[in-house]
Each structure stands twice: as structure tokens, then as C-alpha cells.
Design a protein around this ligand. Structure first.
Ligand code: NAD
Length: 236
């Protein structure tokens, strides 16, 4: 913790790269932990149910799963989200690059957030492009339909879909210009997102995760624990 505080004290261009583990302390399950979504029993795997193919071939089943598991509208930012917003406000953090789709970084006050996998808070009609809120999707029954009759699709990147180019280039540019990269709450197994940490050229590479990752051995500092608990101890 002392080393982490020293690194943060001497850094002025921190970038945070996070995943589902950043939101578990807000009560949102991740995918690959013991209590994660992928350990629960489904007749069809979550990877299939969250794929582009399934969205178009089994639209109603997609939305049943999506509304039940992917729309945690009651969740609140935890200490990790709040500390990162504070670091940005104090001019020490350049950007948050997240694989999460829950919008909790923005809810905590973060401004420069690159959502690699999109957001549950943006939804649009596939026919006319009209926008809808996550609350409207949550309140819908069956397949959510636009006033024009078109299907409303969440702007989340499903398996088999491309990442948004502007989001990726913004994320990569931020990581490449950072003096410190903090990677946290991610298994680093979802590609291409996980590969973007490879663009880091700065001084301090820090990893905070509950379990080990392939990046551990490349890091200057590895803290195995809960990211919210750890970041809450940092003084800004
Ligand atoms: P993952 O489930 O593959 O891995 C999560 C990692 O976080 C694990 O290594 C786990 O040990 C660690 N972890 C869990 N809680 C933690 C905590 N409190 N502190 C520190 N570490 C913790 O998640 P991933 O790597 O982000 O990849 C999965 C994909 O799942 C992403 O693409 C993301 O879009 C999606 N997802 C998002 C949400 C969300 O938006 N909150 C939730 C579930 C999944």
C-alpha cells in the first residue's frame, strides 16, 4: 500500500484499465469468479446468449437473459469508482478505460471514460435510430420495440461484434501516453480489450486483482485484494 501511495503521489498521468471486478463491490457479479455468471448453470452458455448471432436468432430469449442479468440499475458506485473520479478531478488521472457496461464510473463523476464494450445506458432502434434509456429497456416486456416498430438494441458489444473504432483509438492513445497504468478487476482474457494494456510505455505498471493474471509477472507492483478496499486507502 505504501508503494502504491508513492506511485500515485509521483504520477500525473494515470490511466486506469478495469473490468467486471471493479463493480463486484457494487453487487454486480463478474463473469469468471467463483460466484460469477459463467459458473452458473444455463442450458445455453452466457457467451452464446450474449452473442450477435443469438441476438438476431433468439431475440426474445436474449432480452429475458439481458433484463435479468445485465441491467443492474439499482447498483451504486463503490469506493474504487469514487476514488478514480477524485483522482481525475485533482488532475492526476487522464482516463478510465473500462470493459464494463454498467455506467458506474460516470455515475461516480468520472468524465473521460472509454467504454470498450459499450453501455447499457445507450440503446437505439435498429430501424430509425431513436434512442432509449436502460430504464425503458428494463420496463419493456418481450422484445423491446420502438414507436416505429423496429427492434431496440442495447449499444453493448456482443460476442462477434466489432469494438467502436473511436473508443478504441481514444483508449489506446490514453494508455500510450500514461505515466502509470493501473490494471484492476479483470481476468485479461477478453480480446481485443485485454491486448490494449500492451500499448503502455510509461514508468509504473500496477495490477490490483483478487486472483492472479498473466500480467502479474510484468508488473512493478501487484496487489491481490479487492480494488475498492485498496483504492479507498489512497490519499489524493
Ligand atoms: P472477468 O469476470 O473475466 O474477471 C473479473 C476479474 O476480476 C477476476 O480475475 C476476479 O478475480 C477479479 N475480481 C473480482 N472482484 C474483484 C474485486 N472486488 N477486486 C479486484 N478484483 C476482483 O471480467 P473481465 O475481465 O472484465 O471480462 C469479462 C467481460 O464481462 C467484460 O467484457 C465486461 O464487458 C463484461 N462484464 C461487465 C460487467 C459490468 O459491466 N459490471 C459485469 C460482468 C461482465
Amino acid at each position: 500500500m505504501k508503494t502504491l501511495q508513492e506511485i500515485i503521489d509521483e504520477s500525473s498521468k494515470i490511466v486506469f484499465f478495469g473490468g467486471a471486478g471493479v463493480s463486484t463491490e457494487s453487487g454486480i457479479p463478474d463473469f469468471r469468479s467463483e460466484d460469477g455468471l459463467y459458473r452458473q448453470k444455463y442450458t445455453v452458455s452466457p457467451e452464446t446468449m450474449l452473442s450477435r448471432g443469438w441476438f438476431f436468432s433468439h431475440t426474445e430469449e436474449f432480452f429475458t437473459f439481458y433484463r435479468e442479468k445485465m441491467l443492474p440499475l439499482e447498483a451504486k458506485p463503490n469506493a474504487a469508482h469514487k476514488k478514480l473520479a477524485e483522482l481525475e478531478e485533482k488532475g492526476k488521472l487522464l482516463a478510465v478505460v473500462t470493459q464494463n457496461i454498467d455506467g458506474l464510473h460516470q455515475k461516480a463523476g468520472s468524465k473521460n471514460v472509454f467504454e470498450l464494450h459499450g453501455s447499457i445506458h445507450r440503446n437505439h432502434c435498429l430501424s430509425c435510430g431513436k434512442s432509449y434509456t436502460a430504464e425503458e429497456i428494463a420496463a419493456s416486456v418481450g422484445v423491446p420495440k420502438c414507436s416505429c416498430g423496429g427492434i431496440i438494441k442495447p449499444d453493448v458489444v456482443l460476442y462477434g461484434e466489432r469494438l467502436d473504432e473511436d473508443t478504441v483509438s481514444g483508449a489506446v492513445r490514453s494508455i500510450a501516453s500514461a505515466d502509470t497504468l493501473i490494471v484492476a478487476g479483470t481476468s485479461l482474457t477478453v480480446y481485443p480489450a485485454a491486448s490494449y494494456v500492451g500499448f503502455f510505455r510509461g514508468k509504473h505498471l500496477v495490477l490490483i486483482n483478487r486472483s492472479t493474471t498473466l500480467l502479474d509477472r510484468k508488473c512493478e507492483l501487484v496487489l491481490h485484494g479487492k480494488v475498492g478496499e485498496i483504492l479507498s486507502e489512497i490519499k489524493v
